[in-house]
Design a protein around this ligand. Structure first.
Ligand code: TEU
Ligand code: CA
Length: 588
């Protein structure tokens, strides 16, 4: 690094670029159509060439795969399809040898219903592990707003669950279980029962498991829906006027900081990268800061994933999408950049395994595919925070042109569609096709496009999910050959981050909050060496846009460090930006 920023202010996880791997879709080494750990090892040099500093591995634990590994049946074993524990160790070593750290997904709001804990728990009301999950008696429908016909109970059971919560994946958040005639809570699929964190034994078991993985040399955790672990006392009904937001009752619950504080004290330290996924609508910044402030005032997570920019194009129904507007997108980021400027740290992401491809969503994946993918990359790498690249993003991978339900694999897409067809709200897939194309999680899960061969070089067998036909012109082989590609542009941005402290630590100041298509900001770092400043100018439009610099910057000497167009500039001046043009000016 290039400034004399004091060492105690540095953190490796602030300086890092994280690369997210969804193993099922990354690289298949044995031709069964499913990506696996040996397949990732084959690509370790690829990751090193790209220049990333850390890998976040989506779940690879033993799982019946109701939700692709987010339903874990053994936290200390590797899923057979993905390989063995010795494969996992070889992956860890292959990454560490290349100076790439490794963080693992921690999925402890719920387990699989096939986990030994749940198998025991459901077996009898007085089973040892009964209280590891949320079991409740049903209610008489009389006097509730609930209709017993909406629940999947055996003939003769005319009752409704203890409250009206709905699952994030559609339908009720409670399932009736025949073995004991009680209901269990599942905020996600019915094969993902929620763990009862009020039970100290649950917490002890989780913390021991985390220590076990840390003893295996990992560098941190990405914590799945960690703000759902504390449920409100009495499990009160939610406001039925909300859609799935009914479970907002369970978001940032009353004891969540107590539980995370225990985790911080017993398991975590500040040299680990810990990133908590925080579902829900807008989160108060106070709450956010509490999660990311070092202990004992805060929970000590390195950073969190919030969803506010992911909600901008969400309509009221699962398949309703609305247009997002640039001023709103900026407002979200400006709020978080300012909100965590003094205390805490931001994560930066524009897509992941649950979200549509960023170039299809926020860019123009057709006419200005390359330009807009690069512009979004510029944004991701020049805001203040830690960037997360989702596999394939560095090629500009796009959404998938779904034609039928047969191409859909995701439980969060299938469940609501099946429910809606059953309830007569829609007739067929055709009615939701556009929405699936725009929003389904499967858009992110089509296989990584390594080359233009059959199945994009992902597998020699039949891929578990279809390959995007645009592998013919969007693939690793081509982007590595083309010096002007999105891929090489990512490398440039990653290099810039390691060369210039201002990219990591500099203050963020937005200059055009209300502009319809321009996003302009400065980054400034003051150290004993003096001041280092960058100006970032992004044209979020397929048209040209005039840019007039603010008076205090106009006329200043500057070079353009990175841009997605050829530029020949030696000062900040009024200019016309080309479609999706991005420029990073060096002001010193
Ligand atoms: O996701 C949390 C989550 O609630 C959303 O991403 C959700 O999947 C989406 O909005 C539904 O349309 C995490 C994981 O990232 C996801 O893959 C898992 O399915 C989920 O938790 C359950 O573990
Ligand atoms: Ca395989």
């Amino acid at each position: 690094m290039n400034s004399n920023l004091p060492d105690e202010e540095r953190r490796w996880w602030k300086e890092a670029v994280v690369y997210q791997i969804y193993p099922r879709s990354f690289n298949d080494s044995n031709g069964d159509g499913v990506g696996d750990i040996p397949g990732i090892i084959e690509k370790a040099d690829y990751l090193a060439d790209l220049g990333v500093d850390c890998v976040w591995l989506n779940p690879v634990y033993e799982s019946p795969n109701a939700d692709n590994g987010y339903d874990i049946s053994d936290y200390r074993a590797i899923m057979d399809e993905f390989g063995s524990m010795s494969d996992w160790k070889a992956l860890r070593d292959a990454l560490h040898e290349r100076d790439i750290r490794l963080i693992m997904d921690l999925v402890v709001n719920h387990s699989s219903d096939e986990h030994a804990w749940f198998v025991n728990s459901r077996s009898a009301k007085d089973a040892d592990k009964r209280d590891y999950y949320w079991w409740r008696e049903g209610r008489d429908p009389e006097g509730t707003d609930l209709d017993p016909d909406d629940y999947d109970t055996p003939d003769g059971v005319e009752e409704v669950p203890p409250n009206n919560w709905e699952s994030f994946f559609g339908g009720p958040a409670w399932a009736y279980d025949d073995q004991t005639g009680e209901w269990y809570l599942h905020l996600f699929d019915r094969k993902q029962p929620d763990l009862n964190w009020r039970n100290e034994d649950v917490r002890n078991d989780v913390f021991e498991m985390m220590e076990w993985w840390l003893d295996h040399g990992i560098d941190g955790f990405r914590m799945d829906v960690i703000n759902l672990i504390s449920k409100p006392d009495g499990l009160p009904d939610a406001d039925p006027a909300n859609d799935i937001a009914t479970i907002d009752r369970a978001v940032n619950g009353p004891r969540v900081h107590e539980y995370l504080g225990e985790m911080r004290d017993r398991v975590l330290d500040e040299d680990l990268l810990t990133v908590g996924e925080m579902v829900g609508d807008e989160m108060p910044l106070e709450t956010a800061r509490r999660y990311v402030t070092p202990g004992p005032e805060g929970d000590g997570l390195s950073m969190i994933f919030h969803f506010e920019h992911m909600l901008l194009d969400e309509g009221d129904e699962v398949w309703e999408t609305v247009e997002w507007e640039l001023p709103e997108l900026k407002a979200v980021f400006d709020r978080w950049q300012a909100g965590l400027a003094e205390e805490g740290w931001n994560s930066l992401y524009l897509n992941n395994h649950d979200q549509p491809r960023m170039v299809s969503r926020f860019g123009d994946d057709d006419q200005y595919h390359r330009e807009s993918a690069k512009l979004l990359a510029t944004l991701l790498h020049t805001l203040r925070g830690t960037p997360y690249i989702y596999q394939g993003e560095e090629l500009g991978m796009t959404n998938y042109p779904f034609e039928s339900l047969d191409e859909v694999r995701d439980v969060a897409t299938l469940n609501p569609i099946r429910n809606a067809i059953r309830e007569g709200k829609i007739d067929s897939f055709e009615d939701v096709k556009d929405a699936v194309r725009a929003k389904s999680r499967d858009n992110a899960r089509t296989p990584m496009q390594w080359n233009d061969a059959d199945h994009a070089g992902f597998t020699d067998g039949d891929p578990w999910i279809p390959v995007n036909p645009n592998k013919d012109h969007i693939n690793v082989e081509d982007v590595r050959d083309d010096p002007d590609s999105v891929w090489h542009y990512y490398r440039e941005l990653i290099d810039l981050r390691s060369e210039r402290d201002v990219v990591v630590y500099g203050d963020y100041e937005p200059l055009t909050p209300d502009h319809e298509s321009l996003w302009v900001y400065t980054r400034t770092l003051e150290t004993d060496d003096g001041r280092d400043s960058l100006l970032v100018v992004l044209n979020f439009a397929s048209d040209e846009t005039a840019f007039d610099p603010p008076a205090d910057l106009a006329g200043r000497d500057a070079d353009v460090l990175v841009s997605n167009y050829d530029t020949d500039i030696d000062a900040v001046e009024a200019t016309t930006l080309r479609p999706w043009e991005a420029r990073v000016y060096d002001l010193d």
